[in-house]
Ligand binder design. Structure first.
Ligand SMILES: NC(=O)c1ccc[n+]([C@@H]2O[C@H](COP(=O)([O-])OP(=O)(O)OC[C@H]3O[C@@H](n4cnc5c(N)ncnc54)[C@H](OP(=O)(O)O)[C@@H]3O)[C@@H](O)[C@H]2O)c1
Length: 199
């Protein structure tokens, strides 16, 4: 689901289900040779967004806490910003695309990092701020809601087979320990996905 989310934001929405958060359908933007920032880059959605952007030939800036620097370097990011030390919107400008996997009320702050004609995609669209300001600045502001899609998963499966994509595993719990998995999720600083095993 996390990878389908990144895919539908960045590669191909793959459905035309009306979006309650905006009148128009979401449209991915070209990634080839573009400068792309991924906020929340080590998380479930973020680490796949990073890999898709690199696969498509973008220059990728990853924003995450410091513990993820080596992990994101291994995924091929071109620049890493530790948000606990540096405010990303103060040091990055002229971007083509921001994938904000934190999104919501804080997403507006990334408008100043984008060039006119750029795009801000808050993955958590509810309560996302900055839509009207984006329009004035000539920045595309768009969100969508993931839908299951077998055709896309088949395409994505081939990328796993080729080694183009991989899933990072934050931690593993048996289904009977699902409560512990929730406690892990609640602590935050997730790197990749939490796995539940069923025996
Ligand atoms: N639109 C959709 O269809 C859709 C689908 C799936 C998920 N979502 C939404 O997308 C969001 C992300 O989901 P997820 O599964 O990727 O979450 P997640 O796995 O918990 O990842 C969140 C990541 O953000 C990082 N983070 C936390 N605070 C941050 C900050 N201030 N700046 C930068 N990074 C920060 C965390 O680690 P560090 O703090 O250690 O860097 C973590 O790696 C959620 O709000 C979810 O509801 C939307």
């Amino acid at each position: 689901m996390s990878l389908l989310t990144a895919w539908q934001f960045m590669i191909d929405q793959g459905h035309d289900v009306p979006n309650p958060l905006q009148p128009n359908q979401h449209q991915p933007v070209p990634l080839e040779g573009k400068r792309v920032l991924v906020n929340g880059a080590a998380g479930g959605v973020g680490h796949f967004a990073v890999q898709l952007a690199k696969w498509k030939g973008a220059y990728v800036i990853a924003v995450a806490s410091g513990k993820h620097e080596r992990f994101l370097g291994d995924l091929g990011v071109d620049k890493f910003i530790d948000y606990t030390k540096t405010i990303p919107e103060e040091v990055v400008h002229g971007l083509d695309l921001v994938i904000d996997s934190i999104g919501g009320p804080t997403t507006r702050r990334f408008l100043r990092t984008l060039k006119p004609g750029g795009a801000l995609f808050p993955v958590f669209g509810l309560g996302a701020t900055g839509r009207e300001e984006a329009e004035k600045l000539g920045i595309v502001f768009s969100t969508t809601q993931v839908r299951s899609n077998g055709r896309q998963l088949a395409e994505i499966g081939k990328l796993f087979d080729k080694g183009t994509l991989r899933t990072a595993i934050d931690s593993t719990f048996s289904l009977s320990d699902a409560q512990k998995a929730h406690q892990r999720a609640a602590r935050g600083n997730i790197q990749g996905k939490i796995v539940l095993t069923v025996h």
